[in-house]
Ligand binder design. Structure first.
Ligand code: AHR
Length: 335
Protein backbone atom coordinates (compact mmCIF):
# COMPACT_ATOMS: atom_id res chain seq x y z
CA UNK A 1 0.00 0.00 0.00
CA UNK A 2 2.77 2.44 1.00
CA UNK A 3 4.58 1.50 -2.20
CA UNK A 4 1.43 2.24 -4.29
CA UNK A 5 1.05 5.65 -2.59
CA UNK A 6 4.68 6.53 -3.38
CA UNK A 7 4.18 5.64 -7.07
CA UNK A 8 1.01 7.81 -7.23
CA UNK A 9 2.80 10.80 -5.67
CA UNK A 10 5.79 10.40 -8.00
CA UNK A 11 3.45 10.21 -11.01
CA UNK A 12 1.53 13.35 -9.93
CA UNK A 13 4.75 15.31 -9.41
CA UNK A 14 5.96 14.14 -12.82
CA UNK A 15 2.72 15.23 -14.51
CA UNK A 16 2.88 18.63 -12.76
CA UNK A 17 6.49 19.13 -13.88
CA UNK A 18 5.62 18.18 -17.44
CA UNK A 19 2.69 20.63 -17.39
CA UNK A 20 4.94 23.42 -16.07
CA UNK A 21 7.60 22.66 -18.65
CA UNK A 22 4.88 22.74 -21.30
CA UNK A 23 3.71 26.18 -20.14
CA UNK A 24 7.16 27.72 -20.09
CA UNK A 25 7.95 26.08 -23.44
CA UNK A 26 4.86 27.70 -25.00
CA UNK A 27 5.80 31.10 -23.53
CA UNK A 28 9.37 30.79 -24.86
CA UNK A 29 8.20 30.00 -28.39
CA UNK A 30 6.70 33.47 -28.74
CA UNK A 31 9.84 35.28 -27.58
CA UNK A 32 12.82 33.22 -28.72
CA UNK A 33 14.19 32.34 -32.13
CA UNK A 34 16.16 29.27 -33.17
CA UNK A 35 19.88 30.09 -32.87
CA UNK A 36 20.49 29.56 -36.61
CA UNK A 37 17.82 32.11 -37.63
CA UNK A 38 18.64 35.83 -37.78
CA UNK A 39 16.50 38.23 -35.76
CA UNK A 40 14.52 40.42 -38.17
CA UNK A 41 14.02 44.08 -37.25
CA UNK A 42 11.75 46.35 -39.31
CA UNK A 43 12.76 50.01 -38.98
CA UNK A 44 10.79 52.92 -40.38
CA UNK A 45 12.96 56.05 -40.63
CA UNK A 46 11.47 59.54 -41.04
CA UNK A 47 13.62 60.58 -44.01
CA UNK A 48 16.91 62.36 -44.64
CA UNK A 49 15.94 65.91 -43.68
CA UNK A 50 19.07 66.77 -41.69
CA UNK A 51 22.70 65.92 -40.95
CA UNK A 52 21.37 64.46 -37.70
CA UNK A 53 18.96 62.12 -39.50
CA UNK A 54 21.68 60.89 -41.88
CA UNK A 55 23.93 60.09 -38.91
CA UNK A 56 21.02 58.31 -37.19
CA UNK A 57 20.38 56.14 -40.27
CA UNK A 58 24.08 55.29 -40.58
CA UNK A 59 24.25 54.38 -36.90
CA UNK A 60 21.24 52.04 -37.17
CA UNK A 61 22.49 50.33 -40.34
CA UNK A 62 26.04 49.85 -39.03
CA UNK A 63 24.89 48.56 -35.64
CA UNK A 64 22.44 46.09 -37.21
CA UNK A 65 25.23 44.67 -39.35
CA UNK A 66 27.61 44.43 -36.42
CA UNK A 67 24.96 42.74 -34.28
CA UNK A 68 24.05 40.20 -37.00
CA UNK A 69 20.44 41.44 -37.12
CA UNK A 70 18.58 41.44 -40.43
CA UNK A 71 17.37 45.02 -40.89
CA UNK A 72 14.40 45.86 -43.07
CA UNK A 73 14.90 49.59 -43.50
CA UNK A 74 12.28 51.92 -44.92
CA UNK A 75 12.67 55.68 -45.59
CA UNK A 76 9.34 57.53 -45.28
CA UNK A 77 10.51 60.74 -46.94
CA UNK A 78 9.01 62.72 -44.05
CA UNK A 79 5.47 61.45 -44.69
CA UNK A 80 3.46 59.82 -41.93
CA UNK A 81 1.42 57.81 -44.45
CA UNK A 82 4.65 56.18 -45.69
CA UNK A 83 5.62 55.25 -42.13
CA UNK A 84 2.20 53.69 -41.55
CA UNK A 85 2.52 51.71 -44.81
CA UNK A 86 5.99 50.50 -43.82
CA UNK A 87 4.81 49.38 -40.36
CA UNK A 88 1.87 47.49 -41.95
CA UNK A 89 4.25 45.75 -44.31
CA UNK A 90 6.53 44.77 -41.38
CA UNK A 91 3.47 43.27 -39.67
CA UNK A 92 2.62 41.30 -42.83
CA UNK A 93 6.18 40.05 -43.10
CA UNK A 94 5.99 38.94 -39.44
CA UNK A 95 9.24 40.61 -38.41
CA UNK A 96 10.41 39.91 -34.85
CA UNK A 97 10.53 43.55 -33.73
CA UNK A 98 9.31 46.84 -35.22
CA UNK A 99 11.09 50.10 -34.47
CA UNK A 100 10.29 53.56 -35.77
CA UNK A 101 11.03 57.22 -35.29
CA UNK A 102 7.60 58.88 -35.54
CA UNK A 103 7.59 61.95 -37.79
CA UNK A 104 4.70 63.48 -35.78
CA UNK A 105 3.29 62.68 -32.34
CA UNK A 106 -0.29 61.71 -33.19
CA UNK A 107 -2.14 59.49 -35.69
CA UNK A 108 -0.59 56.12 -34.79
CA UNK A 109 -3.56 54.52 -33.00
CA UNK A 110 -4.75 52.17 -35.73
CA UNK A 111 -1.40 50.86 -36.90
CA UNK A 112 -0.08 50.33 -33.37
CA UNK A 113 -3.24 48.44 -32.46
CA UNK A 114 -2.54 46.20 -35.47
CA UNK A 115 1.04 45.59 -34.31
CA UNK A 116 -0.23 44.77 -30.82
CA UNK A 117 -2.84 42.36 -32.21
CA UNK A 118 -0.06 40.67 -34.24
CA UNK A 119 1.99 40.44 -30.99
CA UNK A 120 4.97 42.19 -32.55
CA UNK A 121 6.81 44.38 -30.01
CA UNK A 122 7.33 48.01 -31.00
CA UNK A 123 10.30 50.19 -30.01
CA UNK A 124 10.18 53.99 -30.38
CA UNK A 125 13.47 55.62 -31.23
CA UNK A 126 14.25 59.36 -31.07
CA UNK A 127 10.64 60.68 -30.94
CA UNK A 128 7.62 59.75 -28.86
CA UNK A 129 3.89 59.51 -29.60
CA UNK A 130 0.50 60.39 -28.14
CA UNK A 131 -2.59 58.21 -28.61
CA UNK A 132 -6.01 59.80 -29.15
CA UNK A 133 -7.48 57.34 -26.66
CA UNK A 134 -5.79 55.07 -24.16
CA UNK A 135 -2.29 55.04 -22.83
CA UNK A 136 0.48 55.36 -25.45
CA UNK A 137 2.81 53.33 -23.21
CA UNK A 138 0.63 50.26 -23.75
CA UNK A 139 1.62 50.27 -27.42
CA UNK A 140 5.39 50.28 -27.21
CA UNK A 141 7.91 48.38 -25.11
CA UNK A 142 10.48 51.14 -24.78
CA UNK A 143 11.19 54.67 -25.97
CA UNK A 144 14.88 55.50 -26.42
CA UNK A 145 15.99 59.02 -27.23
CA UNK A 146 16.64 62.53 -25.98
CA UNK A 147 14.73 64.70 -23.54
CA UNK A 148 13.65 67.43 -25.97
CA UNK A 149 12.10 69.67 -23.31
CA UNK A 150 15.41 69.68 -21.48
CA UNK A 151 17.22 70.56 -24.73
CA UNK A 152 14.93 73.60 -25.11
CA UNK A 153 15.65 74.58 -21.48
CA UNK A 154 19.39 74.23 -22.06
CA UNK A 155 19.18 76.52 -25.10
CA UNK A 156 17.24 79.10 -23.05
CA UNK A 157 19.61 78.92 -20.08
CA UNK A 158 22.67 79.22 -22.31
CA UNK A 159 21.16 82.27 -24.03
CA UNK A 160 20.27 84.12 -20.83
CA UNK A 161 23.73 83.45 -19.35
CA UNK A 162 25.45 84.53 -22.56
CA UNK A 163 23.45 87.72 -23.18
CA UNK A 164 23.63 88.95 -19.58
CA UNK A 165 20.76 91.39 -20.15
CA UNK A 166 18.45 91.90 -17.22
CA UNK A 167 16.28 94.79 -18.40
CA UNK A 168 17.09 95.58 -22.03
CA UNK A 169 14.69 94.05 -24.58
CA UNK A 170 16.01 90.95 -26.38
CA UNK A 171 14.12 90.15 -29.61
CA UNK A 172 14.24 86.50 -30.59
CA UNK A 173 13.13 84.76 -33.79
CA UNK A 174 12.46 81.05 -33.63
CA UNK A 175 12.79 78.45 -36.37
CA UNK A 176 10.60 75.54 -35.32
CA UNK A 177 10.99 71.93 -36.40
CA UNK A 178 8.36 69.90 -38.26
CA UNK A 179 4.83 70.90 -37.21
CA UNK A 180 3.36 68.35 -34.78
CA UNK A 181 6.66 66.58 -34.14
CA UNK A 182 7.78 65.85 -30.59
CA UNK A 183 11.09 67.79 -30.86
CA UNK A 184 9.35 70.90 -32.26
CA UNK A 185 6.69 70.88 -29.53
CA UNK A 186 9.05 70.07 -26.67
CA UNK A 187 11.98 72.28 -27.65
CA UNK A 188 9.61 75.23 -27.92
CA UNK A 189 8.08 74.45 -24.52
CA UNK A 190 11.46 74.02 -22.76
CA UNK A 191 12.82 77.29 -24.20
CA UNK A 192 9.65 79.22 -23.27
CA UNK A 193 9.83 77.85 -19.73
CA UNK A 194 13.16 79.67 -19.27
CA UNK A 195 12.02 82.85 -21.04
CA UNK A 196 9.05 83.11 -18.68
CA UNK A 197 11.54 83.91 -15.92
CA UNK A 198 13.03 86.77 -18.02
CA UNK A 199 10.32 89.17 -19.17
CA UNK A 200 12.72 91.22 -21.34
CA UNK A 201 13.33 88.22 -23.66
CA UNK A 202 10.58 87.97 -26.30
CA UNK A 203 10.00 85.63 -29.24
CA UNK A 204 8.83 88.15 -31.84
CA UNK A 205 8.50 85.71 -34.76
CA UNK A 206 8.20 81.94 -34.83
CA UNK A 207 7.64 79.67 -37.80
CA UNK A 208 8.44 76.16 -38.96
CA UNK A 209 11.51 75.50 -41.09
CA UNK A 210 10.71 71.76 -41.15
CA UNK A 211 14.19 70.83 -39.84
CA UNK A 212 15.80 71.49 -43.26
CA UNK A 213 18.52 73.92 -44.38
CA UNK A 214 16.54 75.10 -47.40
CA UNK A 215 13.46 75.95 -45.33
CA UNK A 216 15.57 77.45 -42.56
CA UNK A 217 17.09 79.85 -45.09
CA UNK A 218 13.73 80.67 -46.69
CA UNK A 219 11.99 81.40 -43.39
CA UNK A 220 14.93 83.44 -42.05
CA UNK A 221 14.76 85.58 -45.21
CA UNK A 222 11.12 86.30 -44.50
CA UNK A 223 11.87 87.04 -40.79
CA UNK A 224 14.53 89.56 -41.84
CA UNK A 225 12.23 91.23 -44.37
CA UNK A 226 9.25 91.53 -42.06
CA UNK A 227 11.38 92.70 -39.12
CA UNK A 228 12.77 95.44 -41.36
CA UNK A 229 9.28 96.42 -42.48
CA UNK A 230 8.08 96.48 -38.83
CA UNK A 231 11.14 98.45 -37.72
CA UNK A 232 12.22 95.65 -35.36
CA UNK A 233 15.76 94.54 -34.60
CA UNK A 234 16.42 90.79 -34.44
CA UNK A 235 18.89 90.11 -31.62
CA UNK A 236 18.74 86.31 -31.46
CA UNK A 237 17.88 83.29 -33.59
CA UNK A 238 16.81 80.12 -31.78
CA UNK A 239 16.68 77.21 -34.25
CA UNK A 240 15.26 73.81 -33.26
CA UNK A 241 18.09 72.15 -35.19
CA UNK A 242 21.54 72.95 -36.57
CA UNK A 243 20.53 72.46 -40.20
CA UNK A 244 17.94 75.25 -40.06
CA UNK A 245 20.49 77.47 -38.29
CA UNK A 246 23.04 76.78 -41.05
CA UNK A 247 20.44 77.68 -43.71
CA UNK A 248 19.55 80.82 -41.75
CA UNK A 249 23.23 81.85 -41.49
CA UNK A 250 23.29 82.07 -45.29
CA UNK A 251 20.17 84.26 -45.30
CA UNK A 252 21.66 86.54 -42.63
CA UNK A 253 24.89 86.94 -44.62
CA UNK A 254 22.98 87.62 -47.82
CA UNK A 255 21.12 90.37 -45.95
CA UNK A 256 24.49 92.01 -45.22
CA UNK A 257 24.57 91.08 -41.51
CA UNK A 258 27.08 89.08 -39.48
CA UNK A 259 25.67 85.82 -38.07
CA UNK A 260 27.00 85.12 -34.58
CA UNK A 261 27.63 88.85 -34.02
CA UNK A 262 24.75 91.01 -35.28
CA UNK A 263 22.41 88.12 -34.56
CA UNK A 264 23.32 85.64 -31.80
CA UNK A 265 22.45 82.08 -32.82
CA UNK A 266 21.76 79.01 -30.68
CA UNK A 267 20.57 75.73 -32.17
CA UNK A 268 20.22 72.07 -31.30
CA UNK A 269 21.90 68.77 -32.40
CA UNK A 270 25.67 69.25 -32.24
CA UNK A 271 26.41 68.02 -35.77
CA UNK A 272 29.84 68.62 -37.33
CA UNK A 273 28.40 71.39 -39.53
CA UNK A 274 27.47 73.32 -36.38
CA UNK A 275 30.99 72.97 -34.96
CA UNK A 276 32.42 74.26 -38.25
CA UNK A 277 30.02 77.22 -38.16
CA UNK A 278 31.07 77.94 -34.54
CA UNK A 279 34.76 77.83 -35.48
CA UNK A 280 33.98 80.32 -38.29
CA UNK A 281 32.34 82.57 -35.68
CA UNK A 282 28.87 82.29 -37.25
CA UNK A 283 27.06 80.19 -34.63
CA UNK A 284 27.28 80.82 -30.90
CA UNK A 285 26.22 77.53 -29.32
CA UNK A 286 24.77 74.14 -30.09
CA UNK A 287 22.88 71.94 -27.66
CA UNK A 288 23.68 68.28 -28.15
CA UNK A 289 21.09 65.74 -29.31
CA UNK A 290 22.75 62.43 -30.11
CA UNK A 291 21.60 60.44 -33.16
CA UNK A 292 23.85 57.49 -32.30
CA UNK A 293 21.04 55.20 -31.19
CA UNK A 294 21.99 52.14 -33.28
CA UNK A 295 23.81 50.08 -30.65
CA UNK A 296 21.13 50.71 -28.02
CA UNK A 297 18.43 49.69 -30.48
CA UNK A 298 20.16 46.43 -31.40
CA UNK A 299 20.75 45.55 -27.74
CA UNK A 300 17.09 46.23 -26.97
CA UNK A 301 15.99 44.13 -29.96
CA UNK A 302 18.11 41.17 -28.85
CA UNK A 303 16.94 41.53 -25.25
CA UNK A 304 13.32 41.55 -26.35
CA UNK A 305 13.71 38.43 -28.45
CA UNK A 306 15.43 36.79 -25.46
CA UNK A 307 12.32 37.58 -23.41
CA UNK A 308 13.91 40.24 -21.22
CA UNK A 309 11.93 43.19 -19.87
CA UNK A 310 13.19 46.60 -20.99
CA UNK A 311 13.07 49.95 -19.21
CA UNK A 312 10.13 51.93 -20.56
CA UNK A 313 12.29 55.02 -21.09
CA UNK A 314 15.97 55.15 -22.05
CA UNK A 315 17.21 58.78 -22.04
CA UNK A 316 20.29 59.74 -24.06
CA UNK A 317 23.01 61.65 -22.18
CA UNK A 318 23.95 64.94 -23.83
CA UNK A 319 25.84 68.21 -23.33
CA UNK A 320 25.99 71.89 -24.31
CA UNK A 321 28.75 73.21 -26.62
CA UNK A 322 29.45 76.95 -26.79
CA UNK A 323 31.61 78.35 -29.63
CA UNK A 324 34.70 78.70 -27.40
CA UNK A 325 35.10 74.90 -27.12
CA UNK A 326 34.32 74.16 -30.81
CA UNK A 327 37.88 73.72 -32.17
CA UNK A 328 38.85 71.47 -29.28
CA UNK A 329 35.70 69.37 -29.60
CA UNK A 330 35.39 69.04 -33.40
CA UNK A 331 37.94 66.20 -33.71
CA UNK A 332 35.97 64.20 -31.12
CA UNK A 333 32.62 64.53 -32.89
CA UNK A 334 31.29 61.29 -34.35
CA UNK A 335 28.50 62.86 -36.39
O1 AHR B 1 14.11 64.15 -33.78
C1 AHR B 1 15.39 64.69 -33.78
C2 AHR B 1 15.44 65.85 -34.72
O2 AHR B 1 15.08 65.45 -36.00
C3 AHR B 1 16.80 66.48 -34.89
O3 AHR B 1 17.05 67.51 -34.00
C4 AHR B 1 16.66 67.06 -36.25
O4 AHR B 1 17.86 67.53 -36.80
C5 AHR B 1 16.04 65.92 -36.94
O5 AHR B 1 15.62 66.12 -38.20
Amino acid sequence: MAKWKKVTIALSVGIMMLALAGCSGAKQETTTKPADKKIVLGFSQIGAESEWRTANTESIKASAQAAGIELKFSDAQQKQENQIKAIRSFIQQKVDVIAFSPVVETGWDAVLQEAKAAKIPVILTDRSIKMSSGNAEDYYVTFMGSDFVEEGRRAGKWLVDFMKKDNEAVNIVELQGTVGSAPAIDRKAGFEEILKQHANYKVIKSQTGDFTRAKGKEVMESFLKSAKADGQKIDVLYAHNDDMAIGAIQAIEEAGLKPGKDIIIVSIDGVKGAFEAMIAGKLNATIECSPLLGDQLMTATKDLVAGKTLDKRIVTKEGVFPAEVASKELPNRKY
